[in-house]
Design a protein. Structure first.
Length: 113
């Protein structure tokens, strides 16, 4: 499995970005997928997850602003981020979980005030 994240960048507070993570391999549709983030000097934290069945959960800090979704035909998971805040600035990592964890390389999101 390889995960390729994209879509990060610099955005002003209040703006939006959509992250994408394309997966290789044959287990995408039966895997739980997630987005994590790690800010400078902080531990990696869960942002959002979506199960193979489509159930979702979010960190309290992003509820109502971020939406995770998946397209099994494209083997891609998305993170729509709206109303971005400076505290959302971090490297965002894609995670695939099936028996074990797989991680992408990360994409940097910078939100300016």
């Amino acid at each position: 499995v390889q995960l390729q994240a994209s879509g990060g960048g610099l955005v002003q507070a209040g703006g939006s970005l959509r992250l994408s993570c394309a997966a290789s391999g044959s287990i995408f549709s039966i895997s739980d997928m997630g987005w994590y983030r790690q800010a400078a000097g902080s531990q990696r934290e869960l942002v959002a997850r979506i199960t193979s069945g489509g159930s979702t959960n979010y960190a309290d800090s992003v509820k109502g602003r971020f939406t995770i979704s998946r397209d099994n035909a494209k083997k891609t998971v998305y993170l729509q981020m709206n109303s971005l805040k400076p505290e959302d600035t971090a490297v965002y990592y894609c995670n695939q979980q099936f028996v074990r964890d797989y991680w992408g390389q990360g994409t940097l999101v910078t939100v300016s005030s």
